[in-house]
Every structure is written in structure tokens, then in C-alpha cells.
Design a protein around this ligand. Structure first.
Ligand SMILES: Cc1cc2nc3c(=O)[nH]c(=O)nc-3n(C[C@H](O)[C@H](O)[C@H](O)COP(=O)(O)O)c2cc1C
Length: 174
């Protein structure tokens, strides 16, 4: 998001293993709730994040296809676990293991989305980093963003097939 765009800084923001970063969004991914841990780690006040698109903490190292998988999964009414590298206000990064879920009303309609994030273990991050770098390279090499994302998504599917694992099994085993 242009308003807070900074250059990434290769320095980590850590948070405690027993802390949970929480946010909720509307159907378009605009932040409607963020807890204190979210604001402290990302470096924003509550007022600064409310109403902003969640991409305000997007890190440029994240492949687009991971967010496509996240949105496709949520919009089909399912929950997803994902490793996400986020960027704080000052450009530093923080990895999270996110559990993102749709919230339904009494009629079964999705009304908002919710994400709980914990500090991931280092080994999992070490395992996911080269995969994300490979997916990002595919995306950046393509002549346009849409094609790049499709090629990267296809590569992810292929890699999971080669491993004989579902996405969920892969996430839990790394
Ligand atoms: C509940 C929820 C939580 C999200 N959390 C994050 C997050 O922590 N970091 C992030 O970069 N994107 C997050 N997203 C995805 C963003 O909405 C967006 O798709 C992503 O940042 C890619 O943005 P872009 O398409 O503008 O590049 C979340 C989406 C939802 C619905």
C-alpha cells in the first residue's frame, strides 16, 4: 500500500511464542480488527490499520500464488494454514504461521475473515523460504503478473504431487 511503503530491511521482528497476532477483515480484505500484538509487531496504531487493506503489511518476498491459494480457499468456505512473511512499518520482517478462517452468519453466508498467527519454528521457515523464493522467481520471470501467478501455482501443485502430499499435509510436516 503506497501510504506506508518502505524498503524491506533484512532484520527480524520477533514476538513471543505464546503471543497470538490476530486480525479480522471484511470480505475485501480490509482490516476491521487488529489486536495489540498485531499493532506492536507491525509497528502501527489501531487507528492506522483499521480500514486499510491487509496488504499494508505485505512483504515483497511473498509469492502472489500463496495469497491466491489463501483467497480461493477462504472464498470456497474453507480454512487455511500458511507461512507468511510480513513487513513491519520500518521495513523489518516477521514470519508467522497463520490460521485464516471465514466467519459465517446464521444463513451460512461468509461475513468476514479472521486470522490467528503464531511465531513459527525456525526449521519450518528454513524449509518454506527456498520454496517461496522459487515460486517468486517464476512469478517475476513471467511477462505479466497473472501468467506468473498461474505458472507459480502450477509449480506448487506439481511439487506437492511429486511429494505425494496435500497442501495441508505439507504445511504440517515441514
Ligand atoms: C483474514 C486475512 C488475513 C490476511 N493476513 C495477511 C497478512 O498477514 N499478510 C499479508 O501480506 N496478506 C494477508 N492477507 C492477504 C491480503 O489480503 C492480500 O491478498 C495480500 O497481502 C496480497 O496483496 P496484493 O494482492 O495486493 O499483492 C490476509 C487476508 C485475509 C482475508
Amino acid at each position: 500500500m503506497a501510504k506506508y511503503l518502505v524498503e524491506p530491511v533484512d532484520e527480524e521482528v520477533c514476538f513471543d511464542k505464546d503471543e497470538i497476532i490476530v486480525s479480522k477483515t471484511d470480505l475485501k480484505g480490509r482490516i476491521i480488527y487488529a489486536n495489540d500484538v498485531f499493532c506492536r509487531v507491525a509497528g502501527f496504531s489501531t487507528a492506522e490499520v483499521l480500514g486499510e487493506p491487509h496488504s499494508m503489511i505485505r512483504h515483497p518476498d511473498m509469492p502472489r500464488c500463496v495469497f491466491k491459494l489463501l483467497w480461493d480457499t477462504l472464498e470456497s468456505g474453507n480454512e487455511i494454514f500458511a507461512y507468511v512473511k510480513n513487513m513491519a512499518r520500518d521495513g523489518r520482517y516477521y514470519w508467522v504461521l497463520a490460521h485464516v478462517t471465514p466467519t459465517f452468519d446464521a444463513n451460512g453466508q461468509i461475513v468476514e475473515y479472521h486470522s490467528n498467527r503464531r511465531f513459527p519454528n525456525k526449521a519450518s521457515v528454513k524449509a518454506i523460504e527456498p520454496l517461496y523464493a522459487e515460486l517468486l522467481a517464476v512469478e517475476n520471470k513471467a511477462s505479466n503478473a497473472k501468467q506468473g501467478m498461474e505458472e507459480a501455482a502450477a509449480l506448487l501443485v506439481q511439487k506437492l504431487q511429486d511429494m505425494g502430499k496435500s497442501y495441508d499435509a505439507f504445511i504440517w510436516e515441514i
